[in-house]
Design a protein around this ligand. Structure first.
Ligand code: SAH
Length: 254
């Protein structure tokens, strides 16, 4: 029996065409695939007929697998000689817990690799026509989690980030928009700074809502923007208007 191994693979932001060639090859060789909620079903069709497919997210009437259970499963299947593909939305090392899985593989002495993916900030930026950097407008961008905003002992330094990067891409922020925007304003980012929410970026269901730091939370609530959505903050949001005709033609965005 060949030795088992683990590939921790990024599936890209939503559009199934935005997966890498290397990631597709891994799916074509997989004995076992453990996949997440945000991974397009179409991608699983690339697996050979005998591949065991395990869903790791929340299915109706069932609990999501815990991270510990996932770590154990990838290690156990690889140990008995399987090629295990851990398929995750976006990039595995950007808010994807890929690091924890790599550590589990390493600790168990199992060969592993990480195949990067297009992270959803890049996907949202491209499909909404909002550059993350732009000469003369934005020389830096930061990716930030919004899910810990408001928590006690929150590790996100909104005080430093508010003015520390020109463009901010906030993941997992849609449920706490008001708090996030409030923190950024509190720490000196202007309430009139352009802001956009890109929901279901790169998919046919993509919606874009634009406004300012001061009103985007209200606009998002009115439009019932839900997860997954990317909050982009900064002056490059204004560039979207000039790119809009071409972008909408390609992606059918609103
Ligand atoms: N590893 C992933 C991120 C996982 S965290 C990556 O690199 O993209 C999940 C968050 O990613 C969501 O809450 C949302 O903020 C963002 N996200 C994922 N897919 C998205 C999509 N298609 N459109 C907008 N945001 C998305």
């Amino acid at each position: 029996m060949s030795r088992g191994r683990i590939s921790i693979v990024g599936a890209g932001p939503g559009d199934p065409e935005l997966i890498t060639v290397k990631a597709l090859r891994r799916l074509e060789q997989a004995d076992v695939v453990l996949y997440d909620r945000l991974v397009s079903d179409e991608l699983l069709e690339h697996c050979p007929p005998g591949t065991l497919k395990i869903y790791c997210g929340k299915a109706p009437g069932r609990h999501a697998l815990t991270q510990e259970e996932i770590d154990r499963l990838i290690v156990d299947y690889a140990r008995v000689g399987h090629h295990v593909v851990r398929l995750k939305g976006g990039d595995p090392f950007v808010f994807g817990r890929g690091g924890e899985e790599a550590l589990a593989a390493s600790k168990a002495g199992i060969p592993f690799e990480v195949v990067p993916g297009v992270t959803s900030a890049a996907g949202a930026s491209a499909s909404a026509g909002i550059p993350l950097t732009h000469r003369g407008t934005a020389a830096s961008f930061a990716v930030v989690t919004g899910s810990r905003c408001g928590d006690d002992g929150a590790p996100v330094r909104w005080d430093l980030l508010a003015q520390g990067a020109d463009t901010l891409a906030v993941y997992m922020g849609v449920a706490r928009l008001e708090e996030i925007c409030g923190e950024l304003i509190r720490y000196g980012r202007g309430a009139d700074t352009p802001a956009a929410l890109v929901e279901n970026a790169t998919t046919e269901a993509e919606r874009v809502v634009t406004g300012t730091l001061g009103n985007i939370a209200r606009l998002a609530a009115a439009m019932k923007v839900g997860s997954p959505a990317m909050l982009l903050v900064g002056d490059t949001v204004g560039i979207r208007e000039k790119l809009q005709p071409v972008v909408s033609e390609r992606y059918g965005a609103v």
